[in-house]
Design a protein around this ligand. Sequence first.
Ligand SMILES: NC(=O)c1ccc[n+]([C@@H]2O[C@H](COP(=O)([O-])OP(=O)(O)OC[C@H]3O[C@@H](n4cnc5c(N)ncnc54)[C@H](O)[C@@H]3O)[C@@H](O)[C@H]2O)c1
Length: 417
Amino acid sequence: MAIAHQSLHNGKSANGMATTPDHFDVVVVGGFGHVGLPLAVSLAGRGRQVCALDVNAEVGKTILQGKVPFKEEGCEPVLRAALAAGTFHTSLDIATVGRADVVIIVIGTPVDRHLNPEFEQVWGLLTSLAPYLVDGQLLVLRSTVYPGTTERLQRELNTLGKKVDVAFCPERIAEGKAMEELVTLPQLIGSEKPEVLARCRELFAPLSTDVVELSPLEAELAKLFTNTWRYTLFAAANQFYMLANDHGADFYRIHHAMTHNYPRAAAMPQAGFAAGPCLFKDAMQLAAFNNNRFYLGHAAMLVNEGLPNYLIGRLKLRYDLSTMTIGVLGMAFKANSDDKRESLSYKLRKILAFECGAVICSDAYIAEPDFVSAEELIQRCDVIVLGTPHAEYRNLKIPDSKIVVDIWNLWGDGCFL
Ligand SMILES: NC(=O)c1ccc[n+]([C@@H]2O[C@H](COP(=O)([O-])OP(=O)(O)OC[C@H]3O[C@@H](n4cnc5c(N)ncnc54)[C@H](O)[C@@H]3O)[C@@H](O)[C@H]2O)c1
């Protein structure tokens, strides 16, 4: 089969020219992303012939140099080994899906500005890849999807006369821990057909044989419930923090009292910004699925999204912020990550820019033109708000003269405001 001109090659033929195989075990669509790349690399690292297919040519070049374009522990050595072994390939050509036994889809599935699921990406992708799908292939949806999407996709393909089975096998890794969790977490596999479930088992066998079989709808809901469960847990801690603080009590002293040698409360999270590309939007997908009758999910959203506003409101009660310089230390959506998608530190910065004399930002892993070092931020700011509790910040020296807002309790003095 002719190699498409857009393919980015990494294999080498005898004369040193780049080659790609005619056939892949797996093509991962969205294979340069936070979920797609570790999955593709993990399968390729275990001997499967894998092609990561994407639309982002720049990122593709970086990956072919053996570099992972985001922070993902342990991914780079496996990527390099798989490139050298000739098991990992990349492509920008959608026709590549026709050269695989299994096609995995793991593109983004956001909600729009009105918090409704955006179906366009998945349907747009289906329209462009359907002509290249080959009878007998297995199509695995790995993106987190609006419930019913798997069945709908199967119907569309049936209508187009494609004899392709669709299964839903959600990704459940936490960014940064993908390489470890891909081989330690059980895989949820969703299909009504025993033979399709058997193919899913075979697909994930190099990673894990611990597999839970579900119907597609059950698997879709299991994924959304998982993320929404975490989101509501964070909201409970954040609501308790605000409640305690409003009544003049130190939340972190209470948190310690609740969790100290008391197993039933041990899982209670600390307060902090519950953000990122998944939890919020998945709670909203679930709400949309239930005709917006999802009071717990909406309440969690209001609590979590309201935390930056709350902190600023409390500061305003005590200080004239209009004359002060405030620093946001940590801009990533979570600790030890370089991912800023849907980070509440940016919301905090936006509100502070309106309320304060000046705002200065810093992050250990994100470089932006106006960001400064942590040390410079501490030196120049009157108030320091810890946006993200990166491990690097634990040993920072902050003079007693500075006002510190440590909602994460990284420095152990609580966050009584
Ligand atoms: N990020 C996480 O920690 C995480 C964890 C579990 C599940 N998920 C889910 O996984 C899915 C992907 O999330 P992500 O964080 O990897 O997103 P991402 O934006 O990092 O990756 C998506 C990739 O898809 C590519 N893409 C977009 N449209 C494409 C198309 N038409 N053809 C080929 N490639 C295309 C993008 O260029 C990008 O590289 C989402 O549904 C998300 O909810 C994410």
